[in-house]
Design a protein. Structure first.
Length: 274
């Protein structure tokens, strides 16, 4: 069990995730290791609650998403999907609308960088929720599996959006139709993720990354995220307009002032994230 406090200082208890915010770093660990951290409704609700706490907490300047145990996340808990012969099937559209769609959109919308540390297998929605994060770093023993085709579904949680954009249609299509295991090293070589590191190195690499991002110009990083994701639906001209408008805003920020002052004085900058 994990305990956090909301803006009113009320205790929020978590049974299916671990959650903390400390030193500018929010950490959210999917914590159902005996089921490879697959999602049930309760875990979805807790993740939503945790993301809302991060969004409301101005001290949080980076979010880490990872998994407990040997897996990252095996997607939907299929134990909740077994249908007795003749029984009415679960409405998967409603599950996506309630759970997976807000999750992918919520990660993208958070105004801080989201780092995903893929500590083990990431399958089904687990793979695509990782891809919804801003920087994905994986252990060498981890893998990505578009497992949906094995149960007659399509890649969801943004899979049909992220895969062709990140690795091209040919690779996206084969991964989605075959459900092959893509080792983390290959995922990094293809540009699906940022980096693959030795298993023993993952915690140190992730901590270094989090410490860097927690002291970076957060407002600028939030705007970077917004601009890069907006480019998927923009013309060059529209994107240039967006860059102009964002740069105008950032040019008035404390962090820009501090960055230029530190550069001029040949000292390390102290960014407040504002
Ligand atoms: O339904 C909706 O709401 C729509 C949205 C759907 C989104 C989706 O994610 S659909 C895709 C669902 N996920 C999968 O199809 C993946 C299923 N899992 C696997 O294929 C394999 O477990 C893995 C390839 C991920 C890992 O294989 P392996 O051999 O390393 O581990 P394992 O032995 O299969 O799994 C370990 C345990 O976790 C095992 O339990 P046990 O036998 O020790 O009691 C296994 O049943 C459990 N587990 C793994 N994945 C799931 C799961 N239990 C429930 N649901 C799972 N998805």
């Amino acid at each position: 069990m994990s305990v956090a406090h909301n803006a009113g200082n009320e205790a929020v208890l978590f049974q299916n995730i671990l959650f903390s915010v400390d030193g500018g770093i929010a950490r959210l660990t999917l914590n159902r290791p005996d089921r490879l951290n697959s999602f049930n409704d309760a875990m979805h609700a807790e993740v939503r609650q945790a993301l809302a706490l991060v969004d409301a907490d101005t001290s949080a300047r980076v979010l880490l998403l990872t998994g407990a145990g040997r897996g990252f996340c095996a997607g939907q808990d299929l134990a909740d999907r077994a249908v007795a012969p003749g029984a009415e099937p679960v409405d998967l559209g409603s599950s996506i609308e309630r759970n997976y769609r807000p999750l992918a959109l919520g990660l993208r919308a958070l105004p801080i960088p989201v780092v995903c540390a893929v500590n083990g297998v990431a399958a089904g929605a687990g793979a695509n929720i990782a891809l919804a994060c801003d920087i994905v770093i994986a252990a060498k023993s981890a893998s990505f599996i578009q497992a949906f085709c094995k149960i007659g579904l399509i890649p969801d949680s943004g899979g049909t959006f992220f895969l062709p954009r990140l690795i091209g249609t040919a690779r996206a299509m084969a991964l989605a139709m075959l459900g092959d295991k893509l080792p983390a090293e290959q995922a990094a070589a293809w540009g699906l993720i940022w980096k693959c590191v030795e298993d023993a190195e993952l915690p140190r690499e992730v901590d270094t990354l989090l410490e860097h991002l927690a002291t970076a110009p957060t407002r600028g990083l939030a705007a970077t995220k917004r601009a890069i994701y907006a480019s998927a639906g923009n013309s060059l001209d529209a994107q240039l307009e967006l860059e102009r408008d964002i740069q105008r805003e950032l040019g008035r920020s404390d962090d820009y002032r501090e960055g230029v002052a530190a550069f001029t004085a040949k000292r390390a900058p102290r960014f407040a994230g504002k």
